[in-house]
Every structure is written in structure tokens, then in C-alpha cells.
Design a protein around this ligand. Structure first.
Ligand SMILES: *Cc1c(COP(=O)(O)O)cnc(C)c1O
Length: 412
């Protein structure tokens, strides 16, 4: 395969942007490669500027559950754009998307739209702190909740991919309010709570982690977290920016049958446009301005194009009662294939999956937390990544990310 046009563009970009990119992992640094420039996407495919076609298992890092350029979504965006791109006022699309979210997330009675997952998680912990009157939050090693200061402590995604230490620029004062526990290890949480019983506002978790690679939480572990938060009056936040409408209509909380106090959403609910949202019960959410004193605002929040794209995406999902079942069958078909191929190679590997999310780790250990994820052989991953790219298969350019299967992927 030829990559000369992509290479050319990247050398121009390097002069204009830090690392040539607008989000770190896109630069392909951890796999020792150069990014490809995508010109067009359709269904399960990406097409780059050199004319190469890839089967896409990244799906814009999660949002594209229907596949790319799904007709009804594109039409909804076009129709909406013809009526103007932003009003900065109330518009009906906000109500339609909010109602759709509420319908599938029984834990969400009231929801606020924002423009990214990062905004959603930042706002959710502000609300939790205001509600409880406490300062500290607990997060889990390897979980990623966007790039807010409070979350860049043992964070996943690009932070672990690039081997960055906790980010400079985060003040000590803000870092000291973030405590980190070990994923799937309830005792590590109990230990933190013992020492910080009276000053912990919230526990935030990816109920199925995607940002240290795909790592499902154990059901008992999540249940114990729920019980702990209830008895200690701590706000339990499920960060479902990735898993919301991905694992089930009602996200991981539907799958596990556990109700968090607050939920953050993003990715799929924007249908490929920039959106985030956070919600919970009415009493909690009524603390947000203008109902209550907790300030949070956004010039483009509830943007009509984003609302239209998100609503249409959820509508398509909702039309097919067997949507997630079909997606699961399709996913299992791929996982079986991967297992069949890899069993013939003499390679240590662990394939972690949850519904249509998956990560292939090159380790013989089972991967249940950050440290076991780190036991994956990164140089094997890099060769694997390059081999896939050169064969027209686009997977995440990082070991510590989840791949996704969309409804547009086909068996052949
Ligand atoms: C992607 C992601 C975020 C951040 O969302 P952005 O829209 O990139 O700001 C937060 N939490 C989780 C679990 C995510 O997967």
C-alpha cells in the first residue's frame, strides 16, 4: 500500500499543530508509524487520500455504531443545517434527544446536554461535590474520563498509550482531591474510603472500561461499589460516554442491572457530531443552574445539528428490536475468527470483549485491570497494528483502546 499523500499532509500538519494532530493518539506515535489521512467514510469503511480502503474497527472511537454516513442520519443533518447551524436558543431537537435518553436510562430523569464527554464528566463531579459538600473523588487506574484536571491522574487512553506521567499543568491542589483505586478490586476502594470517609463526594468509573483497552467490570465488584456509595452517601457516577447505547440501549447499567446516581454520556448520542450529556435524578439535577446554584453553561450546547444527528441515530437503533442482539452475533463471528487464527500462531494473547467492544492484548495473563493491561507486549502490538493497516484493516493505533463493531459490518 502507498501512503505518500498521507505522509505529505502529515509533514505539513507537523508545522501547524502540536504533534501534527488535534488529539494525541491519532499521531500513531506509540506504534511507530505515521497517521493516514481519511478523505471519506461509508458504512464499515474508511478511504484515505492515497486511495486505500480500510475496514474500520475504530468507528471514530465509538460514536459510529451504525457505520459511517448512514443515510437517515446524514439526511437529518442536512435538513437541520438548511434551517441554520446554531441558534443559541431553545429548540425542539433538545427535547427529542433528552426524551430518548430518559426513556432508555431509568436512572436519568433529567439531563443536561454539553459538547463533549470531557465537559460531561467535569460537570458531573462539580455537581457531586456541590450536592455532598465534599471535595475528594475516587477514580480507577487506567480509566479515562476526558482531559479535565481532576481526571488526569493515572488516566487511560492517550495518557497511558504515550506513557505520559500524570499531566504537568495539573495543580497539586487539584491532584490531591483525586484518589485512585484498582479496577475490579473492591478492597482497594474500601481502603481509600476508610481514610477519607467524610470527604469523598463521588466515585466515577467506566462500568466497562474501554480506555485501557476493553476490560469489563465484574458484576459483584460494581454491585459492591453501588452498596458502598449508598451506605456512605457518595455519588456513584457511571461514565458511559463510551458504553451508553453501545452495550445496550441503556448502556452498561442496563446490562449489569445497577443504577448509578449520575451518568455521563457522549459519543453515540451525538451520531458523529460533538455532544456530551450528564443526567440523574431530578433532585440532583435540579441543583444545576438555572434551577439551582451549580453553574454550567455552553454557547453551542444543544446545538441543533448535533441534536438531530444524535436523535436520528438513536431512532435507527430503536427501530430494530434486535439491534444489539444482531450486533452481538456479528461481533461473536469476528471474535471466533480472531481466536481461530491466533490459536494457530504460537502467540500469547487475551481477547477481551463486551458486546461490540473488543481489545486484543498480547499477554497470556487475563486482563482485569490497569497493571494486567500493561503486561501486554507492546512491540508485538505495534507489528500487529502495522500488519493490519497494510492489509486494509484499521484498528486503534494503541494497545490501550477499545475497537468497535458497527451495524454496517458484514460477515463477508
Ligand atoms: C471518550 C471518553 C470521554 C471523553 O469524551 P470526549 O468527547 O473525548 O471529551 C470520557 N469518558 C469516556 C469513558 C470516554 O470513552
Amino acid at each position: 500500500m502507498k501512503f505518500s499523500r498521507s505522509k505529505n499532509l502529515f509533514s505539513k500538519a507537523l508545522k501547524l499543530m502540536p504533534g501534527g494532530v488535534n488529539s494525541p493518539v491519532r499521531a500513531f506515535r506509540s506504534v511507530g508509524s505515521n497517521p493516514v489521512y481519511i478523505k471519506k467514510a461509508a458504512g464499515a469503511y474508511l478511504f484515505d487520500v492515497d486511495g486505500n480502503r480500510y475496514i474500520d474497527y475504530v468507528g471514530s472511537w465509538g460514536p459510529m455504531i451504525l457505520g459511517h454516513a448512514e443515510k437517515s442520519v446524514i439526511n437529518a443533518i442536512l435538513k437541520s443545517a438548511q434551517n441554520g447551524t446554531s441558534f443559541g436558543t431553545c429548540s425542539e431537537g433538545e427535547i427529542k434527544l433528552a426524551a430518548m435518553i430518559r426513556k432508555f436510562f431509568p436512572s436519568i430523569q433529567s439531563v443536561r446536554m454539553v459538547n463533549s464527554g470531557t465537559e460531561a464528566t467535569m460537570s458531573a463531579i462539580r455537581l457531586a461535590r456541590a450536592y455532598t459538600g465534599k471535595d475528594k473523588i475516587i477514580k480507577f487506574e487506567g480509566c479515562y474520563h476526558g482531559h479535565g484536571d481532576s481526571f488526569l491522574i493515572k488516566a487511560g487512553s492517550g495518557v497511558v498509550t504515550l506513557g505520559l506521567p500524570d499531566s504537568p499543568g495539573v495543580t497539586k491542589a487539584s491532584a490531591k482531591d483525586t484518589l485512585t483505586a484498582v479496577y475490579n478490586d473492591i478492597n482497594s476502594v474500601y481502603r481509600l474510603i476508610e481514610k477519607n470517609r467524610n470527604n469523598t463526594a463521588a466515585i466515577i468509573i467506566e462500568p466497562v472500561a474501554g480506555n485501557m483497552g476493553c476490560i469489563p467490570a465484574g458484576k459483584k465488584f460494581l454491585k459492591s461499589l453501588r452498596e458502598l456509595c449508598s451506605s456512605e452517601k457518595i455519588i456513584l457516577i457511571f461514565d458511559e460516554v463510551m458504553t451508553g447505547f453501545r452495550l445496550a440501549r441503556g448502556g452498561a447499567q442496563e446490562l449489569y442491572g445497577i443504577k448509578p446516581d449520575l451518568t455521563t454520556l457522549g459519543k453515540i448520542i451525538g451520531g458523529g457530531l460533538p455532544v456530551g450529556a450528564y443526567g440523574g435524578n431530578k433532585k440532583l439535577m435540579d441543583m444545576i443552574a438555572p434551577s439551582g446554584p451549580v453553574y454550567q453553561a455552553g454557547t453551542l450546547s444543544g446545538n441543533p445539528l448535533a441534536m438531530a444527528a444524535g436523535y436520528e441515530t438513536l431512532k435507527v437503533i430503536n427501530k430494530d428490536k434486535n439491534f444489539y442482539k444482531k450486533l452481538s452475533i456479528l461481533s461473536d463471528y469476528l471474535y471466533d475468527g480472531i481466536n481461530q487464527v491466533l490459536k494457530k500462531k504460537n502467540l500469547d494473547y487475551t481477547l477481551n470483549t463486551s458486546g461490540s467492544m473488543f481489545t486484543l492484548f498480547f499477554t497470556k495473563n487475563s486482563v482485569t485491570d490497569y497493571s494486567s493491561a500493561k503486561s501486554s507486549n507492546i512491540s508485538v502490538f505495534s507489528s500487529y497494528f502495522k500488519h493490519m493497516l497494510n492489509n486494509g484493516i484499521y484498528i486503534t493505533p494503541s494497545q490501550f483502546e477499545a475497537n468497535f463493531i458497527s451495524a454496517s459490518h458484514k460477515k463477508n
